[in-house]
Design a protein around this ligand. Structure first.
Ligand SMILES: C[S@@+](CC[C@H](N)C(=O)[O-])C[C@H]1O[C@@H](n2cnc3c(N)ncnc32)[C@H](O)[C@@H]1O
Length: 210
């Protein structure tokens, strides 16, 4: 795949933001299916409640909200205002900010215990995927947690992803562990959650500071 320049990324992000603000209409259906999956996964992972969380691409806030329900202090970043307005109404305990993940390099190193992202990576160019994973590794003190596709979904999933953009086939046919390793992350735990979804608990390949 052709490399993505900064100008391409800016153009693409503008398109993505418009798409997701528009898609806010169908989000209640997606949330109904995903929210229980996030809750189940976090119960299984059972991470210490005092660990702070930065949820990237927080959308309607269901992953951030699932963390908050378990007692974590959570911040959610997303750039789609309509989705974020829903998130703020539904999960008042979470601090949501309008933020373009392209600017993650402005955040201090090791500023949150956990950095999470739910169904974000499959929708972006491999170069931006790598950039966000590298930044997540830098910003987290303990772990990066990724929820996303493990395997090709049914026709409905493929149709939705076809509308979202061109990167889903590259993502589902790629090797996740290679992506994580390229960003300096290794898989600590991998849990299969549904016919097409996984969660990966990741740690820095080398301890931070070495
Ligand atoms: C498929 S949705 C997932 C939302 C949420 N994590 C969930 O699991 O329901 C992808 C989200 O990524 C957000 N997003 C995509 N590119 C982004 C960027 N560059 N900066 C901030 N948010 C972004 C979109 O606005 C959207 O809310």
């Amino acid at each position: 795949m052709k490399t993505q320049s900064k100008a391409d990324l800016i153009k693409e992000n503008k398109r993505t933001r418009i798409f997701f603000n528009f898609a806010s209409l169908v989000y209640p259906i997606i949330d109904m299916n995903l929210f229980p999956e996030y809750r189940r996964a976090l119960k299984k992972l059972d991470l210490p409640k005092e660990w702070t969380v930065l949820d990237l691409a927080s959308g309607t806030g269901i992953l951030a909200g699932a963390f908050a329900e378990r007692g974590h202090t959570v911040t959610g970043f997303d750039f789609a205002k309509r989705l974020q307005n829903r998130a703020k109404r539904r999960f008042p305990k979470v601090r949501f900010e309008l933020f373009d993940l392209m600017d993650l390099n402005t955040l201090p190193e090791s500023s949150y215990d956990l950095v999470s992202m739910g169904y974000f990576l499959h929708g972006v160019h491999p170069d931006f995927r790598l950039q966000v994973l590298q930044e997540a590794r830098r910003i987290s003190r303990k772990h990066v947690i990724v929820f996303d596709y493990c395997c090709p979904g049914n026709w409905f999933v493929r149709f939705i992803e076809w509308i979202e953009g061109p990167y889903y086939p590259n993502f589902v046919n790629g090797n996740r562990k290679d992506d994580f390793n390229s960003a300096g992350l290794s898989v600590n735990k991998e849990i299969h959650l549904s016919d097409f979804g996984n969660v990966w608990l990741l740690s820095p390949v080398l301890p931070k500071g070495s």
